[in-house]
Design a binder for this molecule. Structure first.
Ligand code: ADP
Length: 389
């Protein structure tokens, strides 16, 4: 038989039920004594003196000898039967109270105990803990919420572990290159030519960019990214970023076009962060567009909502396979893992784009077709001057 755990809540509940039963039976006894006995005596036609004597005692607790003495056998039997019934009712009510207490204890306390045990296990790091959902009442809801919470905790823990592994991997590669080359130069195996030094400098730069990106990402994910919001001319930022990338585009024989309306409304944004978003998107576009292709940056008031500006970066490059599209904004996600290092991507460029755009209150999405190209869109809130009343 399953052992009952009479913990404090269970004892409290049972005692409360028992108390209610005792009070109810005592009340019935008192009321019967006060009202019914008087009726009974007057029914029997007894004297006033007899009634006064009865008034001093109680059916349950009074002196039965005094009370019953003047009655005949039948009346005495009747009163004794009533008293017996009251005691019996008291006992049954008491037993029922304890039984109900035990049942309720099992229904409420047992799930709570399971939750407590599971929570203690989680505190020791075992995130596989789940509790059975056995009812649809509040304890069932609590158990279901607990399970949802532990699932979220387990998922976050897994993400965290992957992230640490990914960061370690991304840092290790350039560090190994730097270390290997520096050791070879120190030992005189290779000569520190300016070309060699340039290549090491390039590795150090990409390492420092990665660390910067990781810093931005962790701030954004913690919701602690400080944006210097002001009225920003997005056209100006687009032209500036495009001019900065022109050399790179020419080297890759990719044409870079900017398509802007005569007057684009201002946006409420952080100019440096918007430039960073464009830079990441353009870098990706250049990386994935072969020679002879083209990249076009456009901006316009959003056709969907007058409160936003819509910016897009479209390329005629290799495109993104449909099965990868839902994941490309996730951190460290790369479509082609093997090629990623040689092309310099760590898989966080688009994650940063998403975080920065969303920090502005905008949205980012992509349309892409393999072999045809990709078009990334993002929105930024328009700037509105405060109206005077
Ligand atoms: P990475 O640093 O590897 O570029 P991102 O987060 O910027 O990481 O991009 C994630 C993946 O999305 C990339 O590995 C790449 O495969 C794919 N991707 C991003 N932009 C483009 C694009 N314009 N064309 C094709 N694929 C792209």
């Amino acid at each position: 038989m399953k052992k009952l755990h009479f913990n404090r809540l269970g004892v409290k509940l049972s005692l409360a039920f028992l108390g209610v039963a005792v009070v109810a039976v005592a009340l019935v006894a008192y009321l019967m004594n006060t009202f019914t006995s008087q009726q009974f005596l007057s029914y029997l036609g007894h004297s006033q003196a007899m009634q006064q004597m009865m008034g001093a005692g109680g059916m349950m607790g009074g002196s039965m000898g005094d009370m019953l003495a003047p009655f005949g056998r039948a009346e005495q039997d009747f009163l004794e039967a009533i008293n017996r019934s009251l005691w019996l009712a008291g006992l049954i009510a008491g037993a029922a109270a304890i039984l109900i207490g035990v049942i309720i204890t099992r229904q409420i306390v047992a799930p709570l105990q399971r939750l407590t045990r599971a929570a203690q296990q989680i505190a020791t790091g075992d995130l596989s803990q789940r509790v059975p959902v056995e009812s649809r009442d509040e304890t069932g809801e609590l158990a279901a919420s607990f399970n949802t919470m532990t699932e979220a905790l387990a998922k976050n823990e897994e993400l965290r572990r992957h992230m640490v592994a990914d960061i370690a991997h991304e840092l290790r590669t350039p560090l190994t290159v730097l270390q290997g080359n520096l050791e070879a130069m120190r030992d005189g195996v290779i000569k520190p030519t300016s070309q060699q030094l340039d290549s090491l400098h390039h590795e150090a730069q990409s390492l420092s960019r990665l660390v910067d990106d990781l810093g931005t990402l962790s701030l954004a994910e913690a919701g602690q990214l400080k944006l210097h919001l002001q009225a920003v001319d997005v056209s100006g930022i687009i032209r500036r970023v495009a001019t900065g990338m022109e050399n790179q585009a020419q080297q890759g024989r990719v044409s870079l076009e900017v398509s802007l309306p005569d007057s684009l409304p201002l946006a409420t944004a952080d100019a440096d962060r918007v430039a960073q978003v464009l830079l990441n998107l353009l870098n990706n576009a250049l990386r994935h567009t072969p020679a002879g292709g083209s990249i076009r940056i456009s901006a316009q008031p959003s056709p969907q909502s007058g409160k936003y500006l819509l910016v897009s970066v479209a390329d005629t490059g290799q495109g993104i396979p449909a099965q990868d599209l839902p994941y490309i904004f996730e951190r460290f996600y790369r479509v082609d893992r093997s090629r990623a290092r040689s092309t310099g991507g760590a898989g966080i460029g688009l994650t940063i784009v998403k975080q920065l755009v969303e920090a502005h209150g905008g949205r980012v999405w992509v349309e892409s077709e393999t072999g045809k190209g990709s078009k990334f869109y993002f929105t930024l809130p328009r700037y509105y001057t405060a109206r005077r009343l």
